[in-house]
Design a protein. Structure first.
Length: 360
């Protein structure tokens, strides 16, 4: 027997007004857990939306900083007395509340306060050690019971999260279509692969305007479309497809760059480096029309297109390629990905940049 659950969501500047209607059937006592900035942005709005409703927020707690087992265990006594968990934040705070709820068998609801990842929609939790290093993927088939996306809160968050979120989201489409190439997918994989188109095309159309609107703290149709792409389209694809289809060469390239101190030092965001990985992926896959389209889009919104944009040089490439192949990202791929293939792809992309710069 296999059960698939597809969470619903409410989106809009007034999305929190839907909390009593959606949550009351799960009980009356909600424990709110979040990141510090997330709670500062959303806490009062959530309290006022549940005031004089059957849903009472019994406590509002900081998640502890890391999505760690230690923090999850620390929160268990409070969670034991609650009927449901409200997880408020970006990635780590949401994953803390998510894994806490999954392990205690409690219903949980997510409240993304930035649009940077699909954590608010997925059943997967990513756990870290207290020092911030990766511990494990907490695999689960239990997604949130519902997602509340307040677009006004997201419009007021720093633009850089939305910017990097666009890069990470678009990768989902290219990675899952290439990783599954030549396979006959089962129903749920096929659903995810088909949906993944929604992770790329709408973002190319609406992304630039959405970033400008976010910079002015404005909720517009373009911002809403982009947020839906980052949180919902990507979350659905992640929940539907098997793990080897959720990742691919763009994330392998990201992992490769994590070995360079320069990447850390200049605080390049995950989605920012992944977006560069898409260009490498398209170059190696010889999808030159698509490469041109994504390259122009990346240029338009200031995402990196060349090594210098990531504070890296050709001397770093062997290290980057070795690390890129150390993970599982390209273990399922329509052709063998070697260090030479990655290095030659990156060098070809450097040449592509030089031609682009000359032609201007
Ligand atoms: Zn990613």
């Amino acid at each position: 027997m296999e059960r698939t659950m597809i969470p619903g969501y409410t989106i809009g500047a007034d999305a929190y007004n839907d909390i009593p209607h959606v949550c009351a059937s799960y009980g009356t006592r909600a424990l709110m857990i979040g990141g510090k900035q997330a709670l500062a942005a959303a806490r009062d709005k959530i309290f006022s939306a549940t005031e004089s409703s059957p849903v009472e927020i019994i406590q509002c707690l900081w998640h502890g900083g890391e999505a760690s087992l230690e923090n999850i265990e620390m929160l268990m006594p409070e969670a034991a007395t609650a009927d449901m968990i409200f997880a408020v934040g970006g990635g780590k705070a949401i994953d803390t509340g998510k894994v806490l709820a999954q392990r205690m068998g409690k219903p949980f609801f997510t409240f993304p306060t930035i649009a940077s990842t699909c954590a608010a929609y997925t059943s997967l939790g990513i756990l870290y050690h207290p020092d911030g290093s990766l511990r494990e993927y907490s695999f689960s088939k239990i997604p949130p019971n519902h997602v509340f996306i307040n677009t006004q809160v997201i419009a007021e968050a720093p633009v850089k999260y939305l910017w990097a979120g666009i890069g990470d989201t678009m990768a989902k489409h290219y990675e899952c279509t290439i990783s599954s190439r030549g396979h006959i997918p089962c129903h749920i994989d096929g659903m995810g692969i088909a949906l993944s188109t929604m992770c790329a095309e709408p973002l190319k159309i609406f992304g630039e305007k959405a970033l400008a609107d976010c910079g002015k703290n404005l909720v517009t149709p373009e911002l809403t479309e982009t947020v839906l792409g980052i949180i919902i389209s990507t979350g659905m694809v992640s929940n539907f497809v098997q793990v080897d289809y959720t990742t691919g060469l763009a994330h392998a390239v990201y992992n490769g760059f994590t070995v360079l101190p320069s990447t850390e030092e200049f605080h390049h965001l995950h989605g920012e480096v992944v977006s560069y990985g898409i260009l490498v992926l398209l170059t190696i896959d010889k999808q030159y029309d698509e490469l041109n389209a994504v390259f122009q889009f990346s240029k338009a919104i200031g995402l990196p297109t060349k090594l210098a944009d990531l504070h890296a040089t050709v001397n770093d490439l062997q290290q980057v390629a070795d690390k890129a192949l150390a993970g599982i990202d390209v273990r399922v791929y329509p052709y063998e990905v070697t260090d030479t293939l990655i290095i030659e792809g990156i060098l070809e992309l450097e040449e592509y940049n030089r031609k682009y710069e000359k032609s201007r």
